[in-house]
Write a protein that binds this ligand. Sequence first.
Ligand code: ACM
Length: 268
Amino acid sequence: MKAGFIQFSPEFGEADANIEKALSMIEKANADLIVLPELFNSGYLFISQKEVDAVAEEIPAGKTTRALCAIARRKKINIVAGIIENFQGDLYNSAVLVSPAGYVGAYRKIHLFNEENLWFKPGNTGFNVFDLGICRIGIMICFDWFFPEAARILALKGADIICHPANLVLPYCQDAMVTRCLENKVYTVTANRTGFEERSGKKYSYTGKSQITAPDARILYQADAQNDEIGVAEIDVRTARNKKINKYNDVFTDRRTDCYKKLIKTKI
Ligand code: ACM
C-alpha cells in the first residue's frame, strides 16, 4: 500500500481557502492513506479564546469532516487530518480519520504544547488503533512525539502506521521519529506544516520536512523545509508486524515490564 502526507502553509483563519487547498492536493495524491497537518484548516497561532471558538467544528457534523468524507469516498482514500473540535462546548485539538466508507473516528491530542493549554482541554480519547483493512493505524498529534509512551502504546495496540499531524516549531522531531520507529518497529507519517505566523508580537516558524519513516529506521521520504509537497512511500505492513530484531530479541516480548511498573506510577 501507499501512505503519505500533504505539506503546506495554512492561512490563519481562512478555513474555506485551507480546505480548498488541501482538497486540491489530496486530488493529486496517489495513495491509499494521506495525512494532513495539525489544525490544517485554521492555522495555529491564536491570541484569544474567541478566535479558537470561531473556527472549532463538531466532528463529524462540521464542514471540514464532511468535505474530507466526500473526497475520501470519491477518491477511495483514507485521510487523517488535524482540526479543532467543539464537543458540547469543550474544545480539543483533534484529528479525524475518514475512509471511503465515511467517518471512522477521532483522536484528541493528549500532550498539549505551550499555549494550547490555554485554549484546549487535554485529550480524553486515549490512544486508539483503527483497522482500515489494508492496515491498522494509530494517531498522535505533534508534541505527543516528545512522550515515547504515545508511540509505544499505539504500537502495542497493533498500529502498523502512526499518523502524525503536526505544526512543529522545534527542530528535533524528524530525528526523533527515526528512534520512535526503530524502538516500536512501526511506520510513521509526520505531516508537518510550513510557513510563518506572527500575531500580536508572537511568532512561530514551522519546520516543514514532513517525513515518512520505516520500522528499520530508514527515512523513506523527507519533504523540503518550505515548499508545498505531497510525499508518498510504499508501505509493507508485514514489516511492522514482525517485532523481531534477531533470533533472540523482540522489541515487544523482551520488555521487562516487571522492572518498569514502579516507574510508570512514580515521579522520580
Ligand atoms: C505542537 O505540538 N504543535 C508543537
